[in-house]
Design a protein around this ligand. Structure first.
Ligand code: AHM
Ligand code: MG
Length: 336
């Protein structure tokens, strides 16, 4: 059987599902940038890319050299093609304006250039998460700067979302809104090949992921739920559960897309003014779209993540996502 490359898949989507040509081009450019990031990540110490920059991003987190390199790769790859009205990144304080000499397009690209970067120096999987929105007409300006409000759209408005995972295999996982497809990078040929068609999250699971060291800071519903998971067969759920925590959201979500599971990053009492650690626009929305497209669910404990109206670019959110039965159970505990 002939191999289906990402390019061929996208062209077929353009024909059969009327995927616009400029969206196809956008995904191709993002995929190319991910190959470049993969190259930089895989060089490790040989490329002199490990360690920190000695700077902090807008959230006050230490920036790794590879955070900054990955951000630049994505900006440079995407700024000139005429498919974007603007970009926003976890690593930049403000939205990125398309430089005046380049044409502007219909889409907005939002990304976490290197998620899980605290894992880089210890050689554990990291990844790039991205989300594509349409730029509302009223914000499309051919001159002048793009208003950041253009980005503040609920996750239901995403036209595409995905991530690249840089691990034992490098993969690109993509949804254009009606299924989830997984492509594996053929390192010799330099192309992404469709290897995981129509990825699905099983409805039930016996595996969960949470940073247990924060237990004492969690809210009551999460404390109750996790204590029931830990109680196993003898507890109210009458089932033994297994736990995994990679501390790279891409890697934890990838496991869930492969064999099911529940991922949780609840809000907690350490920083009460912040509703969780993860970012709505760069992490939660794209991952929630993928998980829902694969038959799973994603909430913040009280509502569907994709329905949340963002108020700011770097907004945080609590995240419960994965196999439907468990997401519904933990969400239910928040309700009563
Ligand atoms: P980052 O975008 O700065 O890498 O932070 C996000 C990461 C997620 O990949 C992961 O799920 C989480 O932070 C891990 O947090 P913790 O270190 O609290 O376990
Ligand atoms: Mg991140």
């Amino acid at each position: 059987m002939s191999r289906v490359s990402l390019s061929r898949y996208l062209i077929e989507q353009t024909r059969s599902h009327n995927t616009p040509a400029d969206l196809r081009f956008l995904i191709e450019v993002v995929a190319r940038a991910c190959k470049e990031i993969n190259h930089a990540v895989s060089k490790g110490a040989l490329g002199g890319v490990l360690g920190s920059m000695g700077t902090e991003n807008v959230q006050g987190e230490v920036q790794k050299k590879l955070d900054v390199i990955s951000n630049e790769i994505l900006l440079e790859a995407n700024e000139w093609g005429g498919h974007l009205a603007g970009m926003a990144s976890e690593e930049m304080d403000n939205a990125y304006q398309i430089p005046g000499q380049y044409p502007k397009g219909a889409y907005l690209l939002v990304f976490d250039p290197l998620d899980g970067s605290s894992n880089i120096d210890v050689n554990v999987s990291v990844g790039t998460i991205f989300s594509v929105l349409r730029c509302p007409d009223k914000y499309v300006e051919q001159t002048g700067s793009l208003d950041e409000k253009a980005f503040l759209q609920p996750g239901t408005e995403q036209v595409a979302a995905g991530y690249a995972i840089y691990g034992p295999q490098t993969m690109l996982i993509l949804t254009l809104g009606d299924s989830v497809m997984g492509f594996t990078l053929d390192r010799e040929m330099g192309s992404f090949v469709l290897t995981h068609e129509n990825m699905k999250v099983p409805t039930s699971t016996a595996e969960f992921a949470i940073n247990m060291s924060n237990q004492r800071h969690w809210e009551e519903p999460v404390k109750r739920y996790v204590s029931e998971l830990l109680a196993g067969e003898e507890g109210p759920l009458e089932k033994n559960y297994n736990m995994r925590w990679i501390a790279s959201m891409v890697a934890d979500v990838h496991r869930i897309l492969t064999r099911g599971g529940l991922f949780m990053y609840p809000r907690d009492a350490r920083e009460p003014e912040k509703p969780g650690k993860l970012r709505l626009m760069y992490e939660a929305n794209p991952m929630s779209m993928l998980i829902e497209q694969a038959g799973g669910a994603a909430t913040n404990g009280s509502q569907r993540i994709l329905d949340i109206q963002p108020e700011s670019l770097h907004q945080r959110v609590a995240v419960f996502l994965g196999s439907k039965e468990e997401v519904e159970r933990v969400t239910g505990y928040h309700q009563g």
